[in-house]
Write a protein that binds this ligand. Structure first.
Ligand SMILES: CC(=O)SCCNC(=O)CCNC(=O)[C@H](O)C(C)(C)COP(=O)(O)OP(=O)(O)OC[C@H]1O[C@@H](n2cnc3c(N)ncnc32)[C@H](O)[C@@H]1OP(=O)(O)O
Ligand SMILES: O=CC(=O)O
Ligand SMILES: [Mg+2]
Length: 728
């Protein structure tokens, strides 16, 4: 067993103890002994409270299972079902109307609408990139993706393709014309931009013109007569026209424009949850260290590409001259939130006095909280939150009681860290069915510190399947999108958020675009999120953030929220309508396709999780479309297989056969990775066994979560890797 330090009754893994002593505590003004005394008290107080929440989950699930067993598969009497859910405390009474009172919230969360990037925190290279994704090149986003199609000579070639480049420039000018139009003509006709007497002058062949709304000029860089950059603003977001007549692109542009840069990932969630594989103290410390360094502004990462290696560091603020001649400074980095783990898992990074692993969420609250102290006081304060808050995203909570305990834990962490009460804010992931069905009561519990609600529709779909596992076979995975519950869920999340006073105070967020390479489709479809009244929505990459930013220029979310805030569009009855399918509609081929697809995504994800510790991957689906897979998508796929197996839509032999066939497919997909260990033909690797457990034992997993099985097999794999290394 790894070396541990005993302190205040806790047994702390050596790596964590040293990290706290040598890196996290210095500069915070917190005494080491006082910190561990506080940590021990918090753990003692909250461990049984968390355990109790998990017992309630188990009890409720058993009661729901029994209800479906007794009523039989094939649909429920909705009146009886809802009365039953109320009788077991699954549904609680809604509180009277109220408004949240959260204060000290940065404008990126309270008032400005824009993309929200998510990134696995254990990957420092991606994390630094994400923090810097506040500003993104529109030219790069158009040029490098399928948004500009590859027809008519516009292919993405090895070198620069000027025909594609022209299409990019034309498309970027359209964005300018839509967001910051000129009084006359188009940005495409401009031959020179300059600043005169605090206003923008745009020269065209037809003479000079200016902005249709001169107030949209926010600043410039360089000499006003020949500026390097012009800063414009629209819907609270900035756009920068960059000019350089000596640049390869600018030299061919009539106005010398070399790029259009958009304010893109306004906020970023540094994820310690579903996109990471963190199973021991070593993994947890690397996440805590990255967060600490983000809060200190010192995170760097080595980047090697194109034969070049360099160090990526965090961007500085951007400095401009305002139209009135004063200095204007804008944040260079995204406002960072931290997603901690939910109530379920424990971690042996710290053992309590009885030698038991402690709830992992308590460690996350303490050790990311400690990192955040560097952003709240001392020489580096305000590098992230200028309002003096810490933004915690809390996933996978089931109902108001769980939200209340999460908030109490944050209050306890504030006291250990010597923070002003209500510094640690909470974002409530609305991603479990009991939370959706009681959302107003959940918000009530967090009313003083809530900064967002977000429809995590992926976990939510997994919970939809698991909660009603015994009710009957679920519709096919792709058909979930058109079911009654999901429409009601998305609508009521926005409506309840507005009803509770989120407008102008907090985020109402929408879920992930999970096809990271299909960005033309994203540009067409994800406008639905701001149109639905969401002031942020998740994107998987900085490039996707830049493209999604366009939607917030096209839609005035604040005005949209004002229109929508007139009541609820859907009912609890719709939300609680089970997505049961009709087996008569599924012939053998449909069943096999559904099974193969789910097994392939499960294996494709799990193999990298267990063998390589990669918590989020791009995995091709059965049609070859690369999809973002994380623990939530894995929860859906594995639960779907378990559900169909339970109801005899597929047999165990078919599942075993699919596992073997798809393992060979996944091996083939990873063939170019020299470190990859194939699953076929032995089918006995930890990764293969984990995937098999997930689908065969899915019905009995707590809430259908994948963590217990993934952690077990990853820990075994890590141990095996150590043995191999020490033997060689
Ligand atoms: C249901 C939920 O919980 S959703 C939330 C969890 N999901 C996520 O957080 C998704 C985050 N996204 C990712 O992890 C990745 O984009 C993946 C796994 C989907 C794809 O990764 P890859 O296949 O490596 O991407 P790809 O090769 O296209 O791009 C890699 C480049 O993009 C950058 N990049 C990709 N995603 C991100 C990101 N989320 N943040 C910052 N940079 C990113 C990388 O830094 C890299 O650039 P670099 O070489 O300059 O460092
Ligand atoms: O966390 C997000 C989800 O969709 O699940
Ligand atoms: Mg989730």
């Amino acid at each position: 067993m790894a070396e541990r330090t005993d302190i205040h009754g806790l047994h702390v893994a050596g790596a964590l103890y040293a990290f706290v002593r040598d890196e996290a505590l210095p500069g915070t003004g917190i005494e080491e002994d006082a910190f561990w005394a506080g940590a021990a008290a918090l753990i003692e107080d909250f461990s049984p409270r968390v355990r109790e929440l998990l017992d309630v989950r188990d009890r409720i699930q058993e009661q729901i299972d029994e209800f479906h067993r007794s009523t039989g598969a094939g649909g429920v009497d909705q009146d009886a079902y809802e009365a039953f859910l109320r009788s077991i405390g699954y549904l609680v009474d809604e509180p009277e109307d109220f408004s949240i009172s959260t204060d000290r919230v940065d404008p990126e969360i309270a008032t400005i609408s824009g993309p929200q990037l998510v990134v696995p925190l254990l990957n420092a290279r991606f994390a630094a990139n994400a923090a810097n994704a506040r500003w993104g090149s529109l030219y790069d986003a158009f040029y490098g993706t399928d948004v500009i199609n590859e027809a008519e000579g516009r292919e993405r070639t090895a070198g620069y393709n000027p025909v594609r480049g022209q299409a990019v420039v034309a498309r970027a000018r359209q964005v300018l014309d839509e967001s910051v139009p000129l009084a006359r003509g188009s940005h495409a006709q401009v031959t020179a931009y300059r600043i005169e007497a605090g206003t923008l002058v745009a020269e065209t062949a037809d003479g000079a013109t200016g902005l249709a709304d001169p107030e949209q000029l926010a600043g410039f860089r360089g000499d006003g007569a020949a500026p390097e950059a012009i800063l414009l603003t629209h819907h609270g977001l900035h756009l920068e026209i960059q000019i350089d007549r000596g640049h390869p692109i600018g030299s061919g542009d009539p106005a010398g424009v070399k790029d259009v840069v958009l304010e893109a990932a306004l906020t970023t969630i540094m994820d310690l949850e579903d996109s990471v594989a963190a199973v021991d103290a070593e993994d947890k410390v690397s996440g805590y260290r990255n967060w600490l360094q983000l809060m200190q502004g010192t995170l760097t990462a080595e980047v090697s590409k194109g034969g070049r290696t360099y160090s990526r560091s965090l961007n500085a603020d951007r400095v401009y001259t305002a139209p009135d001649g004063t200095d204007l400074t804008l944040p260079g980095r995204s406002l960072l939130l931290i997603r901690q783990v939910g109530h379920l898992m424990t971690s042996d990074a710290v053992l309590d006095a009885a030698g038991n692993p402690v709830p992992e969420e308590i460690l996350d609250a303490l050790f990311t909280g400690l990192g955040s102290v560097h952003d709240l006081r001392g020489p580096r304060a305000g590098g992230n939150s200028r309002a003096g808050s810490v933004y915690i995203v809390k996933p996978k909570m089931h109902g108001p009681q769980e939200v209340a305990v999460a908030c109490a834990l944050l209050a306890g962490a504030e006291s250990v860290l010597g923070l002003e009460p209500l510094t640690l804010k909470i974002g409530i992931m609305d991603e479990e069915r009991r939370t959706s069905a009681n959302l107003k009561a959940c918000i009530w519990e967090a009313r003083e510190r809530v900064v967002f609600i977000n429809t995590g529709f992926l976990d939510r779909t997994g919970d939809e399947i698991h909660t009603s596992m015994l009710a009957g076979p679920m519709v096919r995975k792709a058909d979930m999108r058109s079911t009654s519950w999901i429409k009601a869920y998305e609508e009521s999340n926005v409506d309840i958020g507005l009803e509770c006073g989120f407008r102008g105070r907090a985020q109402i967020g929408k879920g992930m675009w999970a096809a990271p390479d299909n960005l033309a489709d994203m540009l067409e479809q994800k406008i639905a999120h701001p149109l639905a009244g969401a002031n942020c929505a998740w994107v998987p990459s900085p490039t996707a953030a830049t493209l999604h930013a366009i939607h917030y220029h096209q839609v005035d979310v604040d005005a949209r929220q004002a229109e929508l805030g007139a009541g609820r569009r859907s009912t609890l009855r719709q939300l609680l309508t089970l997505p049961l399918g009709n087996p008569a509609e599924w012939d053998d081929e449909a069943r096999r396709n559904e099974l193969d697809n789910n097994i392939q995504s499960t294996l494709g994800y799990v193999v990298r999780w267990v063998s390589a510790g990669v918590g989020c991957s791009k995995v091709p689906d059965i049609e070859g479309t690369p999809l973002m897979e994380d623990r939530a998508t894995c929860r859906i796929s594995s639960q779907h297989v378990s559900n169909w197996l339970l109801h005899g839509i597929i047999t165990r032999a078919q599942v075993e056969d699919a596992l073997r066939r798809m393992a060979a497919v996944v091996d083939e997909q990873n063939a170019s990775d020299l470190t990859y260990v194939p699953m076929a033909p032995s089918f006995d690797s930890e990764a293969f066994l984990a995937a098999r457990d997930l689908v065969l034992d899915g019905a009995s997993q707590p809430s259908g979560y994948t963590e217990p099985i993934l952690h077990r097999h990853r820990a075994a794999q890590k141990q095996a890797d150590v043995l191999v290394r020490s033997a060689s």
